[in-house]
Design a protein around this ligand. Structure first.
Ligand SMILES: C[S@@+](CC[C@H](N)C(=O)[O-])C[C@H]1O[C@@H](n2cnc3c(N)ncnc32)[C@H](O)[C@@H]1O
Length: 835
């Protein structure tokens, strides 16, 4: 024991003596002393020596004045402490030793040694197990026998050990404080407050580090720690989810420069987090954008929310700009309310019409006839213009319809085939008798639908016309236009220009004028049918006659071939042409069926002989092969050319026959025409009409003025609009009763009050009465002109309507005669085919 005591004194004395010389930290000194004193081996030996001192001497061991940390656990050794305190020299020696140690430990190397001591002690739990295996700094095998004194320490040994530990603690504490002081001094002042930590922090950090190293497999996780932050990110997965991710944070402050690479423990991370929370503005980290999250929209009232009833049809497309600019709140259009769509259909909708292309059986670009030169207007040629001017004043009429009724089927103008306009009708848009005006707007708009018709090639009748849309009953379809020529001009053309033609597109027009549609509208291609879906009508529009094709009473569907009854008058059986319309009630020939039985028998014989028209064939559809055969046969047949002489004779005969039927008005004309063969007689015929027309015009205008005044009064009353507004095409023709009424009204006005409007009494003026009667009952009739057997020229002349509106004998007589003379429409075709 003496040896040990001397050893202690010898070992402490030099240290104590060296302290004044090494006030400043000296690495050499600091490295030597701790290794002797604080290594586990030394610590153990010191402990053992203390224990030996305690057992052999009563007060051998220097005493610590304060042992706060271990006092509670060392109650048993209090008696020993008091005995130790009695030895003041020892205590002072030990105190001095502590102070010298503190001064010597102010270097980092000494700190590392201190930490190493602590690590080893913590790793082993206590210092005692070391005593089992380590003796004098050398490792021992577990079964190595040791002395009893070392295995069973006495109370004095325990007290000595505690004093050693307490001493060591104080040394470490002092060192830690010094270390912290150095750190704070090295740091900028602004960060000093955030770096300060308790002296126990380093121990805790080290303890956690050791624990982590012990838990890791062979310390793999410690490799590369802190090099590139991977470890931090790996550790981040172990943190609670609500923790702020470390990835986006600024890199943690570098550890102590001299310190060894060490593991970043949870405590370090928490420290980093604390620092970040404390000084968020000092670090120039980019502001992290919050994650985009679309707010969820909830429908408050269901799918139809936001829809309001509206009469406007839904728009297909809506640009973004218009959507932004419109002040009207946008409606939900994805699933429109059925009730709204239904109400809109009822209020403003129309029947659904399929696009015309669906019914188009033929592709576009049909071959058009080469000889067809198109014109959509009537063109007066030669003397026709001058002759026509002399008569234009006759074509005036005044509408007497009221606003509440509109120009319906009882309209007098309609009855007389006069079109209303601003000059003769005061109704304006409410008027329903402006067919040609409607057609004008349609053709002006253009397009396949508005025009509504196109040329097709039929199987056995040459070209034809097909509808590209639906047409209402009595709706105007297409105008029959061409060159308006005089009879003289017609004869000339027949002799020279058309002498080699197979087809002639000639139709009697008005006032001994003829429309030559060789250069004309598409209407010239419309074929004949015994059960037609259209009709050809002549109207007076703005004082001029015009002819147009109108839909029949059934209307016309899209894709139907248009046809009308030529009512062809062949004049001779020789010129009878076989009909191929295919209708059930087909008459078998183009034109009316012969009334005379003898004529019918002759016709039948003819057809039997030729085999072209038989009774069986009439009214039945023929097969295409038959039709083709016929057409081929037609083409093969040689035709005799028209001679000027024969044409002239035929035309003269036809005109004479036609004009003899209208004796009252065209008597002079026919005579002159028959004798001279020229159309110059028109002037002589029309002169009296011009005179009469001037009177009528004055009367009509007066009536119109008077009517206009009354109309103004009526309009103030705000009468309801006509139910037939804008539906002129769907109106039916005047019925027999209506015609009677109109005629009766006219008759009554003959002896009526003079105060009444002259316009309301057309019979008052004989010219007007005649004119009305002339215009009302007419139907384009086609007749075949009597010609020589070699000539196929036909001069069809329209026949007067059988159901004339004349009620009285006087009116009936004038009506018949004037109609026959005026309603002359001719389709003059030469097919070169004789039946
Ligand atoms: C005004 S053109 C009609 C257009 C004519 N299909 C064409 O190709 O130019 C009249 C001629 O057509 C023929 N045609 C018209 N309808 C017919 C029908 N139902 N049956 C036979 N031929 C007809 C006759 O040859 C008639 O002379």
């Amino acid at each position: 024991m003496a040896r040990r005591t001397s050893r202690l004194s010898t070992s402490t004395t030099p240290a104590h003596a060296d302290v004044p010389a090494h006030d400043q930290p000296d690495d050499t000194m600091s490295l030597d002393l701790p290794e002797q004193l604080l290594t586990p081996e030394n610590s153990r030996s010191e402990t053992s020596s203390n224990n030996e001192n305690a057992s052999t001497e009563e007060k051998p061991v220097p005493r610590r004045r304060s042992t706060r940390a271990v006092r509670a656990s060392l109650q048993k050794a209090e008696t020993l402490d008091t005995s130790v305190e009695a030895d003041g020299s020892t205590s002072s020696t030990s105190q001095a030793y502590v102070e010298s140690l503190a001064n010597a430990k102010r270097t980092r190397s000494s700190l590392r040694h201190s930490i190493a001591v602590m690590e080893s002690s913590l790793f082993n739990g206590t210092a005692h197990p070391d005593d089992d295996t380590m003796i004098d700094g050398q490792a021992m095998a577990p079964g190595t026998p040791v002395s009893k004194s070392s295995q069973e320490p006495q109370a004095e040994d325990m007290a000595t050990s505690l004093q050693q530990r307490t001493l060591r603690k104080r040394v470490e504490k002092k060192l830690a404080e010094d270390n912290e002081t150095l750190k704070v001094k090295a740091m900028p002042r602004s960060n000093r407050h955030s770096v300060r930590r308790s002296t126990r922090q380093s121990i805790i950090d080290k303890a956690s580090d050791l624990l982590g190293r012990a838990n890791s497999v062979l310390g793999k996780r410690s490799r590369g720690l802190g090099e590139n932050g991977k470890e931090i990110s790996r550790r981040a997965s172990l943190r609670p989810r609500n923790a702020t991710p470390v990835k986006e944070e600024a890199p943690a402050p570098a550890p102590e420069p001299a310190a060894k690479k060490r593991r970043v423990s949870e405590s370090d991370l928490s420290k980093l987090r604390e620092e970040e929370n404390k000084t968020p503005s000092e670090e120039p980290t980019a502001p992290a954008s919050p994650p985009r999250s679309r707010p969820k929209r909830w429908l408050a009232h269901g799918l139809y929310t936001g829809q309001e009833p509206s009469d406007s049809p839904p728009k297909q497309r809506r640009s973004k700009n218009s959507a932004k600019s419109s002040s009207i709140p946008a409606q939900r259009r994805l699933i429109p309310m059925p009730m709204f769509a239904g109400s809109r259909m009822i209020n403003t909708g129309r029947d659904y019409v399929l696009p015309f292309d669906i019914f188009s059986p033929l592709p576009p670009g049909q071959p058009k006839p080469d000889e067809w030169r198109k014109t959509n207007k009537n063109v007066f040629v030669g003397d026709a213009a001058s002759e026509w001017k002399a008569n234009k004043k006759l074509e005036l009429s005044t509408c007497m319809c009221e606003e509440d009724t509109g120009c319906d089927e009882n309209c007098q103008n309609r009855y007389m085939f006069y079109e209303c306009d601003s000059g003769n009708c005061r109704l304006g848009p409410e008027c329903g008798n402006r067919n040609f005006n409607e057609l004008k707007h349609r053709t002006k708009a253009g397009g396949k639908y508005n025009i509504g018709v196109e040329v097709i090639k039929t199987a056995d009748r040459g070209y034809g016309v097909r509808s590209n849309r639906t047409f209402d009953p009595n709706q105007i379809i297409v105008e029959y236009t061409g060159e308006i020529i005089t009879q003289f001009e017609c004869e000339r053309r027949m002799r020279s220009v058309y002498k080699n033609n197979e087809c002639y597109y000639l139709m009697y027009f008005d006032q001994n004028m003829i429309i030559d549609a060789t250069r004309g509208s598409i209407a010239r291609f419309v074929n004949h049918s015994c059960e037609p879906n259209c009709r050809m009508e002549k109207w007076t529009v703005a004082g001029k006659p015009r002819m147009a094709l109108f839909a029949g009473d059934r209307g016309v569907m899209t894709g139907e071939e248009l046809s009308y009854d030529y009512n062809f008058d062949p004049y001779s059986n020789k010129n009878v042409q076989q009909c191929r319309c295919g209708s059930e009630n087909c008459r078998g020939i183009l034109g009316p069926r012969p009334k005379d039985k003898d004529q019918r028998a002759k016709l039948e014989e003819k057809t039997k002989v030729t085999g072209k028209t038989t009774k069986k064939a009439i009214g039945k559809k023929r097969k295409i092969t038959d039709a083709e055969g016929t057409v081929l046969q037609q083409g093969k047949k040689k035709r005799k050319l028209l001679t000027p002489k024969s044409i002239k004779a035929g035309v003269k005969k036809a005109v004479a026959k036609a004009t003899t039927r209208g004796k009252t008005t065209t008597k002079k004309t026919t005579k002159t025409s028959a004798t001279t063969g020229r159309g110059k007689t028109a002037k002589t015929v029309k002169l009296p009409k011009v005179k009469a027309a001037s009177r009528v015009k004055a009367a009509v205008r007066g009536g119109a003025r008077q009517k206009g005044k009354s109309a103004k009064v009526n309009t103030v009353k705000a009468t309801p609009a006509s139910p037939n507004k804008g539906s002129s095409s769907s109106l039916k023709r005047p019925s027999a009763e209506t015609k009677k009424k109109i005629l009766a009204r006219a008759k009554a006005t003959d002896g009526g009050s003079p105060k009444k409007s002259p316009a309301k009494s057309p019979a008052k003026s004989p010219a007007m009465a005649k004119k009305n009667e002339v215009k009302s009952p007419r139907k384009p009739t086609v007749r075949k002109a009597p010609t020589k057997s070699t000539v196929k020229a036909r001069m069809p002349i329209s026949k007067a309507r059988k159901s004339g509106p004349a009620s009285g004998p006087k009116a009936k007589k004038s009506l018949t005669s004037s109609v026959k003379s005026a309603a002359k429409s001719v389709v003059r075709t030469v097919r070169g085919k004789k039946i």
